[in-house]
Design a protein. Structure first.
Length: 173
């Protein structure tokens, strides 16, 4: 069996195990699992928190982004759970591009929805700090909102333009 086939089989097993465990996970567990998976480039593990119809695109986008982007650390800054079915999570990430080497900091706002017993990340966008490849910007003039519902732009593609721009000044770091 080729190394690629072994890796794919391992990822599928990990994702299947995560799906089974998901029914007993709390919001905090799911947030940690997703962000750890993105941080350590275990995209199949992170994809367990992505709605099933979007998982394949998510993994492909993350693989593309990982060719140059490295997340060196992240911290869950705030979890604002709004009732039983909605949560907004602020995550601070330190990251750099291999091609540039300058450490950057970005705060992202993640929107999570609970369907049945499962929490799904349904949107992620930059809140403040440096623009980050693959992390969508909030709609012009609106700041982070729930209005950007296009699945192709929720967590972003392998976008790299503007990765070196300074803080937008909306809020101090």
């Amino acid at each position: 069996m080729s190394m690629r086939a072994i890796l794919l089989a391992s990822c599928l097993v990990a994702a299947a195990c995560g799906t089974t465990q998901r029914h007993t996970e709390t919001l905090a567990d799911t947030i940690r699992s997703y962000n750890d998976g993105v941080r350590w480039e275990r995209f199949a593990v992170a994809a367990v928190a992505v709605p099933p119809a979007e998982r394949a695109d998510f993994v492909d986008e993350m693989d593309q982004r990982a060719k140059d982007l490295r997340i060196s650390d992240y911290e869950v800054v705030k979890v604002d759970q709004k009732g039983e079915k909605l949560a907004r999570v602020q995550v601070k990430m330190q990251w750099y591009l291999d091609s540039v080497g300058t450490l950057r900091e970005t705060h992202a706002l993640q929107t999570w929805e609970r369907k049945g017993k499962t929490w799904w990340i349904v949107k992620e966008e930059r809140l403040r700090g440096d623009e980050m490849p693959g992390l969508p910007e909030p709609p012009d003039g609106e700041g982070p909102t729930a209005s950007a519902q296009d699945p192709a732009t929720r967590r972003g593609g392998a976008r790299t333009e503007g990765a070196e721009t300074e803080d937008d000044g909306a809020k101090p770091r």
